[in-house]
Design a protein around this ligand. Structure first.
Ligand SMILES: Cc1cc2nc3c(=O)[nH]c(=O)nc-3n(C[C@H](O)[C@H](O)[C@H](O)COP(=O)(O)OP(=O)(O)OC[C@H]3O[C@@H](n4cnc5c(N)ncnc54)[C@H](O)[C@@H]3O)c2cc1C
Ligand code: SF4
Length: 455
């Protein structure tokens, strides 16, 4: 790793001012992505400005019923927070489907949004990659691109954005607040990430030195159903091949409103507006779900090695909407996000994971405990959560280059239950803590579902 300076400032304005003067510098959140990339010599900052203890680590209720999440809130705290679990269970589910307990303890909300692509050529400095080195070409287009994009791609880059959390936030119409060299601004998460175009080196619309300070989640209407479904090669420690965050509002058999965001298919979380428009105002039916998904995916421009993602995305959209529509259509609906969701003032089922007494009064479980020493880790590493089963279609192809920042010896897809070796820092015992049923995918316990299209 190249030498670098480590800096801390007293306030966010100081951090922004400092980084603005350092064209090769970077903010440091939990470091779970940035430090990996520095080890691989992909990221070469000469200064790291630590913001993990600088921006807010609070989750606060807003007067309009929404929630504000400080950019420094760890992913594990966000997933376990009672307000999030009850009002936005798809966000908890998305977070818990990613990385490992240890990584989520360290990773921050701001850093998660800005994590970089897992394209194997981006991580390998011996290969051409326009995102890492503009003008050096895209090795993925004629190379290995199985996990890469099918929507919004360009001849310069076909990478995907890897964040699960960001996909849920796009469906929730979350808004990012920033402070930059030119002052404050608010950006819908749907507009934060860019399509690659001819300049894929820019992942987002943020300027150099612009700091994410908080993310707001607007309130969801009462009675809507929401869900995050992630399809991946193995049950744990794998990025999405395709994921769907969907919110469905049905009244008298008609779609009153619907929001669909896709992950694993584009350079940014993909809001499926064509599908939404096709569904809104019409009757609920499997055929209409399929037609809407196909209308959205008519835009897809897959490469030979990832054409399987088109039917996979269609099937995942249809399956997710069916589940939200309820048992009448053969789905398995989770409980509504509100108002019938479990009382957030009740006992916290994740209390053990959060290092709290499960029988503690609700205020403590909700985080009203005395301020903590923020230099200390907050949680013991939790046991791994139950993970979602597979439904991926597996095309025949050459062995892929490895994601160089992934553990090398993780369990193989053919053997999802295999024990992980002792040198895997994320290895956790299976069958961990109780998880709020509101965020548990019912299929997590009922085994894999068919990989073909819904009947
Ligand atoms: C083995 C492994 C498996 C993983 N699996 C998944 C998965 O399945 N799903 C998933 O979604 N993620 C997964 N991840 C990625 C993980 O979620 C990210 O590494 C993490 O969320 C990044 O957060 P961080 O705080 O550590 O960011 P950092 O690594 O600190 O920073 C990431 C980027 O954000 C910038 N940054 C950080 N904070 C701010 C801020 N407040 N304002 C502006 N810029 C900022 C940094 O400069 C850097 O460019 C995995 C990671 C690993 C290592
Ligand atoms: S897809 Fe993008 S990130 Fe991957 S090699 Fe091509 S330019 Fe680089």
């Amino acid at each position: 790793m190249r030498p670098f300076r480590y800096e801390r400032t007293d306030d966010v304005a100081g951090a922004v001012a400092l980084l603005s003067r350092e064209p090769q510098g970077a903010f440091l959140g939990g470091g779970t992505n940035l430090v990996d990339l520095m080890r691989l010599d992909v990221a070469r900052p000469d200064v790291l400005v630590d913001v993990r203890r600088l921006t807010s680590d609070r989750i606060e209720e807003l007067p309009d019923g929404g929630v504000r999440i400080g950019a420094a809130v760890p992913n594990s705290d966000l997933a376990a927070d009672p307000l999030i679990r009850t009002r936005y269970p798809l966000l908890s589910a998305a977070l818990l489907s990613g990385a490992s307990g240890q990584l989520r303890n360290l990773a921050t909300t701001g850093g998660n949004l800005l994590q970089r692509t897992r394209c194997v050529y981006f991580q390998n400095v011996t290969t051409g990659c326009n995102k890492r080195q503009p003008g050096s070409g895209c090795s993925a287009i004629d190379g290995y691109h199985r996990e890469l994009g099918i929507l919004g791609i360009s001849p310069a880059c076909v990478a995907t954005h890897p964040s699960d959390m960001a996909v849920a936030m796009v469906a929730l119409e979350a808004v990012v607040h920033t402070l930059g060299p030119n002052g404050e601004r608010s950006i819908p998460v749907a507009e934060l990430h860019r399509l690659p175009g001819q300049d894929p080196e820019h992942d987002t619309v943020l300027e150099h030195g612009e700091l994410i300070t908080a993310i707001d989640l607007p309130p969801l209407p009462d009675g809507v159903r929401a869900r995050y479904r992630k399809v991946r090669d193995r049950a744990s420690y794998a990025f999405a091949l395709v994921s769907v965050a969907a919110i469905l509002d049905v009244a008298d058999g008609m779609v009153r409103d619907v929001r669909i965001a896709l992950g694993g298919v584009a350079h940014k979380p993909w809001r499926a507006r064509i599908a939404e428009d096709a569904l809104r105002g019409g009757p609920v039916s499997e055929e209409r779900f399929r037609q809407a998904a196909e209308a959205e995916l008519a835009e897809a421009d897959p490469l030979p090695g990832n054409a399987f993602k088109v039917p996979l995305a269609r099937n995942t959209i249809v399956r997710t909407l069916l589940d939200l529509a309820g048992p009448d259509l053969g789905g398995m609906a989770p409980p509504p996000a509100s108002p019938d969701a479990p009382d957030p003032s009740g006992p916290d089922p994740n209390a053990a994971e959060r290092g709290l007494d499960p029988n503690a009064p609700p205020a403590a479980a909700a985080g009203a405990a005395p301020p903590q020493d923020r230099t200390q880790p907050r949680h013991a590493a939790p046991p791994e959560e139950a993970e979602q089963p597979q439904e991926a279609t597996r095309p025949q192809e050459a062995t892929p280059p490895q994601d160089r920042a992934q553990p090398r010896h993780a369990a193989q897809p053919q053997d999802p239950g295999a024990a992980q070796p002792p040198n895997n820092p994320g290895a956790q015992p299976q069958g961990g803590p109780a998880i709020d049923p509101a965020i548990m995918d019912p299929e997590m316990e009922s085994g894999p579902e068919p990989s073909g299209p819904p009947a």
